[in-house]
Design a protein around this ligand. Sequence first.
Ligand SMILES: *Cc1c(COP(=O)(O)O)cnc(C)c1O
Length: 390
Amino acid sequence: MKDKKTALNTLCVHAGELEDKQFKGAISPLYMSTSYAFEDVDVKRYPRNFNTPNQEALSRQIAALEHGEKALVFGSGMAAISTALMAFLHHGDHVVFQKALYGGTFNLVMEEFDKFGITYSFTQGPAPEDFEACIRENTKVLFLETPSNPLLTITDVEAVAGIARKHGLISMLDNTFASPVNQNPIVLGIDIVIHSATKYLGGHSDILAGAVVGSDAHIDKIFQLGKNLGGNLSDFTVWLLERSIKTLGLRVKAQNRNAKKLARFLEKHPDVSAVYYPGLKSHPDYALARKQMKGFGGMLSFELREGLDARLFMKELRLIKPSMSLAGVESTISSPMLTSHALLSEEDRKVQGISDELLRFSVGIEDKKDLVNDITRALDKVAARCADKV
Ligand SMILES: *Cc1c(COP(=O)(O)O)cnc(C)c1O
């Protein structure tokens, strides 16, 4: 399954799979053993060495989907992110992060980097010049996230990857929101792609996992630290994740279609004042998204018109569940003001464009008409309630 011409869904179903030589079963057998006889001096199979049969199968599957040479799977997205970063950063080094950054990554930087003597900058915005402006003599890594959370801004991946190469830096991209179905950053010149597999790769809101993909040399460097830190996945979860990824192409394409239809519906609704979705022509980065993405993803954000209470709106929804996480087959919604950006002052939120009426919508695979009906009903209720109050 290393053939470059093999298409997405075939890779999802077959890439990396283990052959069941004993019983000829259709799926990869699960090997729970933590102890393996030496095959030869170089191969010492042990779960923390990332080389159990199931870890290797899943890693091959994810590497194939991202068009990378090699992958490693971790116990969470944050284990993947922290191990990848720390593998390339030493005391005295500097790293440039895109300003719109997943909250967990932001906390890692703010709470842990000082004690390792690692300095950092956040870009002013997502433009390539913003990254270049932050580079110092001791910069080692550029870290991108596109589409960003929660406003779905798009970073020019090829341009920033080019800047990294020009300055001899490692480029890393958190590709969680796009998934390998919609964006392959390695093809655009990025060195290391990272996933919270808890999101689209898992897709059913029942697996916590992470992954890194890159060249043999880069992944080997991450492996050297990873085996010492020990953030591995249990092989049962590894096996479940391989199973989940078999439907990744089908799921994400359905989510792309639903999200685009819902973005258009919301854009026309009089109770909605703004919609942020890179697949809308009104999105400032629409052309860039078209250039570097194969689909626009299942994530969108929208703002209720002023005076409508986002909390009440979420309470009135029956089908779409309020939730912190995202990317499941079920539609979920969250208020950045109440969750990811709750600790910021009102002023800081305003600066970042996070209004009290903003909602982040993770569009699932339910039938579009049921999602539209749910939103319409809830908006009508909230509009009536908020009109009563005036
Ligand atoms: C959820 C998420 C993470 C962290 O992943 P965990 O699996 O929760 O550790 C990192 N980046 C993005 C964009 C995410 O959405």
